[in-house]
Design a protein around this ligand. Structure first.
Ligand SMILES: [Zn+2]
Length: 512
């Protein structure tokens, strides 16, 4: 068993460096891009451009920091993300949300439900983490996330290719499957360079304009996929400029051509790059994480406390500036499709924060920890065991069979899976009924007015004390499970942890 899994996963480790960039991945001549702005208009068409959407002046535009995570969803990975986001507020008083590009090996489905119900975006990263994936890997993930994590199909709108390896065909598969966006392309030329490829997110009505030096049969007007968005991933740049790009997990990289990671140097270039965006055309900044590398609790991962503190110091610093928002991809895209100046951000519904109004005493398996306690099914598969509200499948989901028939324990009834006309926090999979029967029970808006008349234009919250008085700061963060395991860890975690730990031991820190 172990050797089988090991063999299955080992190739991923070999390919894992493919997500890294070492220099420009596009150029103006390779892009050969032209777009007719008279024919391409919002909300469903936008030309690739370094200027903000809607003809807005940069000073009228929010500076978005997109926070994303990739790969399996586990308590460790959510705790890792919470180290950076749980204590923060955006300028409207709402906690920041993020995008989780989820692949299903090692994923605990019930935590996907919880993370989604808490307001985060769940997006597709293939079922078994394969680059240039076939359609079954892309679509099977949607089916499994819908069936076993209760994520509405309508909410699964984004995709990122494992290792950032995509082809023209990948984009076409996404378009055919009615995805709203892909976020696998890279921008690896600084915004200060006249030949920059740091375009605001754009639709593919006139083809791709990124990765034109790398992905064959794209660019120069291809592929034309009307209304389908590319959200480029924007690199940071160290002192080497265009020769020192850092894309995913920049804190694991060596800065400035040095021979070891250096948190001080990383923080410096992250701030420098932020400034070029913020003081320029305000193209988004991205923190593209593999949270497992930032876990303090995952055996075999040896993250430096100074790295955690450095990332928090960067976010603290960024949030002290006006009009800086930490968002998910889908929140950002909602604004881009209907851009309004910062004075009108109150109107942007996706930036508001809402809590589903479900009484804490209600016993319902709905992705809210206080409600669903005791109602989860444990699916005891030997290699990737998991928990779910929606009944265990008889066999593990796979690209060939992403939604196997349900295993029904003796004396119990089958769980009902989420229908299209009810939202996750209100669906009772045990009784098969939607407890939300009117508009009034749906969501309560907890956001507060945002400047200039509503006072705050800045966000808030603090992280560690990187570079401060010298005393090791105590990081303040809220573990996802409230500090204690919500259910017994049991065999599956021990197994998965042992396996991953062994892999890290052999290969060093892996980069999916
Ligand atoms: Zn990945």
């Amino acid at each position: 068993m172990l050797s089988l899994l090991f063999a299955a996963l080992a190739p991923l480790l070999v390919l894992a460096q493919d997500g890294d960039v070492s220099g420009p991945t596009s150029s103006a001549s390779a892009a050969g891009y032209s777009c007719d702005t008279s024919k391409c208009q919002l909300p469903n068409c936008l030309c690739a451009s370094t200027s903000p959407p809607g003809g807005l002046k940069p000073s009228d535009v929010p500076q978005f920091i997109v926070f994303t995570a990739d790969d399996a969803v586990q308590s460790y990975t959510l705790d890792a993300v919470n180290q950076f986001l749980a204590q923060r507020k955006n300028p409207n008083g709402c906690a920041p949300k993020m995008t989780y590009f989820t692949s299903l090996n090692f994923t605990n489905y019930t935590l996907v439900t919880d993370w989604y119900v808490a307001g985060n975006e769940i997006a597709d990263h293939t079922m078994t983490h394969v680059g240039t994936p076939p359609a079954e890997e892309v679509n099977g993930n949607l089916i499994a996330l819908n069936a076993l994590a209760g994520i509405p199909m309508s909410s699964l709108q984004g995709f990122r290719a494992p290792f950032l390896n995509y082809s023209r065909e990948t984009l076409e598969i996404l378009y055919q499957s009615k995805f709203l966006y892909d976020s696998s392309a890279t921008s690896a030329v600084p915004v200060t360079d006249p030949d920059t490829d740091a375009f605001w997110p754009y639709t593919l009505d006139f083809g791709m304009a990124n990765n034109c030096l790398e992905v064959t049969n794209t660019c120069k007007g291809e592929p034309k996929l009307p209304g389908f968005w590319e959200i480029p991933m924007y690199a940071f740049f160290d002192k080497l400029g265009v020769n020192g790009p850092h894309l995913m997990d920049p804190w694991l990289d060596n800065a400035n051509g040095e021979t070891a990671p250096n948190d001080t140097a990383t923080l410096e270039y992250m701030k420098d790059t932020f400034n070029t965006h913020y003081n320029g055309n305000r193209q988004p900044i991205g923190l593209y994480t593999h949270p497992i590398h930032l876990s303090r609790t995952y055996p075999g991962v040896d993250v430096r406390n100074s790295t955690i503190d450095m990332i928090n110091a960067f976010l603290d610093w960024a949030q002290e500036q006006q009009n800086v928002w930490i968002v998910s991809n889908i929140q950002m895209l909602d604004w881009i499709r209907n851009p309004v100046p910062v004075s009108q951000l109150d109107q942007v519904s996706s930036l508001k924060c809402t809590t589903p109004q479900v009484d804490a005493s209600t016993k319902i398996c709905n992705g809210m920890p206080q409600n669903e306690a005791g109602l989860l099914s444990h699916c005891a598969f030997s290699d990737f065991p998991f928990y779910t509200c929606y009944g265990c499948p008889e066999i593990q989901p796979s690209p060939d069979n992403p939604n196997p028939s349900q295993q029904i324990p003796d004396g119990q009834a089958a769980r009902f899976r989420l229908p299209a006309n009810c939202s996750t926090p209100f669906w009772d999979p045990v009784k098969g009924q939607c407890i939300c029967t009117s508009d009034t029970c749906s969501f309560a808006d907890n956001s507060r007015p945002v400047g200039p008349n509503g006072a705050n234009l800045t966000g808030g919250g603090t992280g560690g004390g990187f570079g401060s008085s010298g005393a090791a700061p105590t990081p303040t963060y809220i573990p996802f499970n409230g500090g204690a395991p919500r259910f017994s860890v049991g065999v599956w975690n021990a197994f998965a942890v042992g396996l991953i730990g062994a892999m890290i031991g052999v290969f060093g820190v892996y980069r999916f």
